[in-house]
Ligand binder design. Sequence first.
Ligand SMILES: CC(C)(COP(=O)(O)OP(=O)(O)OC[C@H]1O[C@@H](n2cnc3c(N)ncnc32)[C@H](O)[C@@H]1OP(=O)(O)O)[C@@H](O)C(=O)NCCC(=O)NCCS
Length: 150
Amino acid sequence: MIDKLNFSMQTVFQLNKIEKECFGKEAWTVSNLIGEYQNEFSHLFGEVADGSIVGYVCVRIMYEEAQICNIAVFPEFRRQGIATRLLQTVEDFAKVQGCERCELEVNTANTAAVELYKKCGYDIAGTRPNFYRRTKRYATRDAYTMVKQL
Ligand SMILES: CC(C)(COP(=O)(O)OP(=O)(O)OC[C@H]1O[C@@H](n2cnc3c(N)ncnc32)[C@H](O)[C@@H]1OP(=O)(O)O)[C@@H](O)C(=O)NCCC(=O)NCCS
């Protein structure tokens, strides 16, 4: 079941656990996550199973554009359509907010995410060289900008 995730410290700690598991050293910290909740443009949605959040997405509604900042699913819950449902929820929400398109950046070497976005109707609109900080996770720092018209 997908829910809008309202602020509570319990929710923040659950999201931080997903972040650490999915992004390691690049994970959003507890204070990053609290910052998202304090950002009036940001909205968070999560898939909740047995009372715990197993995947989540963060979107910033910036006038005509919805910027997908982060999406992550616990490894043991992947390939079950959770990220697809989270994107659909964000797109429905963004449309109601009057957005015309969803936009995101993704590391060009992050095959799982690039394939997810393509399958969900996102097109590669451009490449941003050296967009990310250097990490051991991916061989490249380049990002694709991907866009879906709503
Ligand atoms: C990317 C991520 C969110 C996908 O979550 P998910 O819930 O497994 O995605 P879905 O089950 O909705 O997958 C939908 C489609 O995406 C593609 N896909 C997902 N994972 C894939 C993989 N490892 N390899 C290739 N394609 C993949 C497939 O086309 C899949 O459809 P299929 O299962 O019918 O083949 C998840 O792998 C993740 O949390 N990764 C780490 C965090 C991350 O990199 N986030 C993106 C930051 S931009």
